[in-house]
Each structure stands twice: as C-alpha cells, then as structure tokens.
Design a binder for this molecule. Structure first.
Ligand code: HAM
Length: 429
C-alpha cells in the first residue's frame, strides 16, 4: 500500500498550465471560431498531429531557446519523446512524408496546444494554444501578402483595428546584409541573431557582453547598434546599398497595401525572431506601443524542409497564441459577453411530471432548440432565478392542471409574460 494514499492531493493545475472552466471555455471557443472561420474563408485546410513527437524533431537544430524548453521523457519502449513546443516541425514532417502525393502550394492551418518549459512572465506560460497558418510551396511574396491578409482579417473579426495593433516586419536577409557589412563571418551570423532576438529583453550592457561572447568586437557591436537604430527602409537602403531582403520586403508591403491592410505594417529592423529556421520575411504582431509580449510571430522558412532531408520547399506562416491576445482584448475591453445561452428550460412541478418533462425537452431538442430540464423540484421562484442566471429565453412550466388539458405554461424570461400553450404546438412550431 502506498504511504501517500491518505494524503490530500494537490488540487492546483500544474504550474504554468490552465484549467478552462465553462466561462473561459466560451471565450476560447469564440477565439478558435474566429481563427478557424477566417482560415476557411481564405481557402486554408485544417490539419492536426499528435502532441507527442520524437524529441529529435526539435533538437536537430541546436542553439534555439526552444530546444532548452522541451518537456521530454523516455517512454516505456525507450524512445525519447517530447510534447510539441511548436507546430512547424510537425507540419514539415507531415508534408515531407507525403511529399510526392501533395500538390503544392498547400495552405494549411491548425490550432494545436503547445508546451514549453518557460520562465513564467506576463504573456508566457508553459502551455498555450497556437493558431498556425502556413503556405507551403509558394516562393513568391504573394504568400506573405496572403498570410498577412489572413492574420489581419482575423484581428478585424475580433474587433481590433490599425490604431491598436501593428505587425512589425523585417527580413532575415537584411540582418545578414548588416552583419556582413560589419564583417561578421557568415557562419557566425545565426548565433549572433539568437542574441539579437533578446535585445529588447536585456539591459544594454548585458546585450553587449553576450555579443562579445560571440566573438564580436566593441567596434562591431557599436556599428550593429547604429544599424539597429535605423528607423526606415530608405535609411537602411542608403547604408547597405541594394539588399535582396529590402527589395522583397518592399514588394510584400506593396501587396499588403493592395490588400487593404497597409496601416498595420511597420518596418522594424530589430525584429529577428528566436527560431533559427527563418530565411526571409520575419514579423511579430504587438500592440502599437509594443508594451506586450508578441501576440503572434512568423516568417518565411525556405530551408526547414530540406534540413529534415527533403527537397528545398519554400514556406511561410505564423503562430498566433491564445494567451497575449486575450490580455490585449481584455485591456481594450473588447472581449465578448455571451448573452443568450439556452432557448428553453423545462420545469416539472413534481415527480409526476418528470417523464413528460423529459419527453418535451427531447422533442424540442430534436427540432434544434437548446433545452435545460430542471429536475430539482424546488419552488418555482427558485428555479426561475436559476433560469435567469443561465440566460434562458423561455421557460416551460409543467403544472398538473394544465398538463391534464394537454397544455403547458410558457413564460418569456425577458418580458415576464406567461401564456398557456398546447404541447403539440410547442414541440411542432
Ligand atoms: P513563436 O514566436 O515561438 O513562433 O510563437 C508564436 C506565438 O505563440 C507567439 O507570438 C505567442 O503568441 C505564442 N507563444 C509562444 N510561446 C508562448 C508561451 N510560452 N506562452 C504563451 N504564448 C506563447 C513559433 O512557434 C513558430 N512555429 C510560428 C510559425 C509558424 N512560424 C512559421 N509558421
């Protein structure tokens, strides 16, 4: 017998994870419905994968912070498995597995739950849901334009506008051009970008120290900081001369303007992204003043599939988490309230009427109404209070006298009006 058998168990959910009580579940479903419906409107198809993956899928590319945040364990067969920290590697794996059968470009979306052993700060938890939308096999900037349109239309569907949120965009090739310009060897650039991604979160002296640990000289760090203070693409173009990244980004911006979302995009040379698989456009969405953790992040990753052993297949997409957006919508008082929940509540007066209550309830449900049957047999006043709490529209009272005449008392909970209605009419109307 276990010695802990009689000890009370910890009722808290695991640190960093959430329980979704019905009131939170309503909000979660509201958000997921917007994500799903907007994706479907854009012609994206839904996919899913198991939350468990081989740990190797994430650890092949060492250096990314995400590989240090893995929840991993050996299963009973000795396999090293991980709870997925993000969906992109699973997506790449699924595409590669069916590479020959799939006709590109693919437009796929998913709403997976992801797990990362994060340091807990506002907007970052150890479990979150993340809407992923990706276009696989489209090398042109039209893919970015479509991805941005999808993202921003979903935000407008949540009631947000360009005065509240912004997508800060950059291109990894611009960052490579800057690093090459200040003589950072190509093979060192990926490591330096991992540090650059942390710039906003670090005190300036620590940032400098970390860059120096990556073999950068003080002069190079100063030059880099100068570049990172450039406000516009024009300013950078003058400094860098031509850069493929600048040309591509201009093209993306023009297409997004045509899509009607121009006011949302803002060039920001400090956007790097923590995942090293990005090769072109990179972006993060935040509130205008950037006071939150990123609401959404993504970009172009044209070599990820080939690093898993497949062909070079261009890809672009984003992950949009459910945690920060809820904080943002709550701060802006834009979370919805849910008024109408149930069409009917059926109330038997005594045990005698329970059978009839079940029968009427199911007949109403069969014609598509939502119905709660209250079996408490409490005083009618009490049950009506509960009906109010549940935001029921109409109550069906089953009293013996009316039932004997084949009728029920129908009460409109808004107007408080009552009328006698034939059961036949109620269930057939
Ligand atoms: P990511 O920037 O690591 O990108 O995550 C994307 C979004 O997921 C973040 O902007 C945030 O909304 C949410 N998120 C990430 N970690 C947490 C956390 N610990 N707690 C709460 N929310 C979080 C990726 O995961 C890429 N795979 C996205 C992507 C898809 N790129 C291309 N396709």
């Amino acid at each position: 017998m276990s010695t802990t058998e009689n000890l009370p168990i910890d009722l808290q959910s695991v640190k960093g994870t959430r329980d979704f009580y019905p009131e939170q579940m309503k909000l979660r479903n509201w958000l997921f419905n917007i994500w799903r419906n907007t994706a479907l409107q854009f012609g994206f198809e839904e996919y899913d994968a198991c939350v468990l993956e081989h740990a190797e899928l994430y650890t092949r590319k060492a250096g990314d912070e995400i590989t240090e945040q893995l929840y991993s364990f050996h299963d009973k067969g000795g396999r090293l498995l991980s709870l997925r920290p993000e969906m992109t590697p699973s997506l790449a794996r699924m595409v590669l597995q069916r590479q020959k059968a799939l006709s590109l470009p693919l437009k796929w979306f998913s709403i997976p739950q992801c797990f990362r052993y994060e340091r807990m700060t506002r907007g970052r938890r150890r479990e979150h849901f993340q809407w992923n939308a990706d276009i696989i096999g489209q090398p042109s900037e039209v893919a970015e334009a479509e991805i941005f349109s999808l993202l921003l239309m979903s935000c407008e569907n949540m009631g947000l506008n360009s005065e509240e949120i912004r997508v800060f965009v950059n291109d990894r090739r611009i960052l490579n051009a800057i690093l090459s310009k200040i003589n950072v060897p190509e093979q060192q650039q990926a490591q330096i970008m991992i540090v650059m991604d942390k710039r906003d979160k670090l005190p300036p002296d620590v940032f400098v120290e970390m860059l120096q640990q990556e073999q950068m000289t003080t002069a190079q760090v100063d030059q880099l900081n100068n570049f990172l203070s450039c406000q516009s693409m024009e300013e950078l173009a003058t400094e860098l001369g031509g850069s493929q990244g600048l040309i591509a980004l201009r093209q993306v911006m023009d297409l997004v303007a045509q899509a009607g979302f121009e006011n949302y995009l803002q060039f920001d040379v400090s956007i790097v992204r923590g995942l090293s698989y990005y090769t072109g456009t990179v972006f993060e969405m935040n509130v205008v003043g950037k006071s939150q953790r990123a609401i959404c992040g993504g970009g172009r990753y044209d070599s990820l599939l080939s690093t898993y052993g497949g062909a070079e297949i261009p890809a672009v997409g984003f992950g949009f988490g459910d945690v920060v957006i809820m904080d943002v919508l709550s701060d802006l008082k834009k979370l919805p309230t849910f008024d109408h929940q149930l069409d009917y509540m059926v109330i038997p007066f005594s045990a005698e009427e329970i059978g009839t209550a079940i029968s009427i309830s199911n007949q109403l449900r069969q014609k598509g109404d939502s119905v709660e049957c209250d079996y408490s047999l409490k005083k009618v006043k009490k049950v009506l209070q509960r009906a109010d709490e549940l935001k029921v529209q109409k109550v069906v009272l089953l009293f013996p006298d009316e039932l004997a005449a084949g009728e029920v008392v129908l009460r409109d909970m808004k107007t408080r009006q009552q009328e006698n209605v034939a059961i036949e009419d109620l269930v057939s109307s």
